[in-house]
Design a protein around this ligand. Structure first.
Ligand code: SAM
Ligand code: SF4
Length: 329
């Protein structure tokens, strides 16, 4: 079992396969997009498979594929299929915006993907356009239908933004009345690629909960699964559940079991750190498996105790304003 220097188990990798995206969510990246990474800067599928295979041997048993948008990267399915065959990997999951995903759902089911996180901040097509700058609401809803049709567990991620989608909180909760989905409201974080100035958190987890309780006073607290980042609730007799993720307030660091690898191969042992080491560069210069293993073990052994410490350790010229598309969420 992989343990960090604070005794926390590490068994979960979030791998971002690209920084590119077909939406422009206003909390994530500017309207004009990012300075997209070149093909040579990106890890190749072979490199990603090599890293995942090593990490699974070291103790990782859950991998989430994210991005940017994973389905804009060419030939993603053969890569996902190869990953799904790694001996020792118990869970392969995906975070997607759902724009291109519907046609792949049947194949995802076939390779053993049991759970998908779908990002959806509103159930109103006009507000969807206002938030993402793209007219793709119908395609995202088609992905939701398809996921439910194939009995894949769905977690809907909704970032709560002052002045943008607060009116969507209740309709999203109401979605759980008949659908067996988990709707998770996420605090907005500063990782927006300078799309706008982050003026502090307006809707923290306490305020989001109060807002929901105003309309659903009978909201029931559920037991949170081990390592859960969300505080979970249910409206009595509803099919689905509601979660609140204190992504900015960082209430979950004490049980954090996750590491991240960015599209350029940077290992992050905390969402808020500035990158600890570059695994792709090590592979490209021919470092041995032993060297890779040792270097990563050293990184796990010097992990920040929480997101506040990790953020504080970033150099002054490297504050948290990169786009979430270059981290993976
Ligand atoms: N493109 C895919 C998607 O949107 O699902 C995967 C990558 S996206 C970066 C992963 C998650 O990060 C999404 O659920 C998105 O809502 C969330 N996210 C992006 N920027 C954020 C921010 N500034 N604050 C909070 N969550 C953010
Ligand atoms: Fe794209 Fe996901 Fe970022 Fe939205 S949150 S711009 S869908 S990477």
């Amino acid at each position: 079992m992989l343990l960090d220097n604070h005794g926390r188990k590490i068994n979960y990798l979030r791998l971002a396969v690209t920084d590119r995206c077909n939406l422009r969510c206003f909390y994530c990246m500017p309207e004009e997009g990012l300075n997209w990474l070149s093909r040579t800067e990106l890890m190749s599928y072979d490199e990603m498979l090599q890293i995942c295979s090593l990490l699974v041997k070291m103790g990782i048993d859950k991998i989430r594929i994210t991005g940017g948008e994973p389905f804009v990267r060419k030939d993603i399915m053969p890569f996902l299929t190869a990953l799904s065959k790694l001996y020792g990997l118990n869970e392969l999951t995906i975070t997607t915006n759902g724009v291109l995903t519907a046609p792949y759902v049947k194949e995802l089911k076939a390779i053993g993907v049991k759970s998908v996180n779908l990002s959806l901040d509103t159930l109103d097509a006009n507000r969807f356009f206002a938030i993402t700058s793209r007219d793709e609401f119908a395609n995202v809803m088609a992905t939701l239908d398809e996921l439910l049709k194939y009995n894949i567990e769905v977690k809907i991620n909704a970032v709560v933004m002052d002045g943008k989608n607060v009116q969507d909180i209740m309709p999203l909760v109401e979605l759980t009345k008949n659908l067996p989905v988990s709707v998770r409201f996420i605090e907005e974080m500063p990782f927006n690629g300078d799309a706008h100035i982050y003026n502090g958190l307006k809707w923290d987890h306490v305020r989001i909960l109060e807002e929901i309780k105003k309309h659903y006073p009978e909201l029931k607290k559920l037991d949170d699964p081990l390592f859960s980042t969300s505080h979970n609730y249910q409206v009595a007799a509803y099919a689905g559940t509601v979660g609140i993720i204190a992504a900015y307030s960082r209430t979950f660091c004490g049980t954090c079991n996750r590491i991240r690898i960015t599209p350029v191969g940077e290992l992050k042992t905390c969402l808020y750190d500035g990158g600890i080491l570059n695994i792709k560069d090590m592979i490209r210069r021919g470092d041995s498996v032993d060297m890779l293993t040792k270097t990563m073990m050293d990184a796990f052994g010097t992990r920040a105790k929480d997101g506040w410490e990790a953020e504080g350790l970033r150099p002054a010229n490297n504050s948290v304003h990169e786009s979430m598309a270059t981290i993976g969420g």
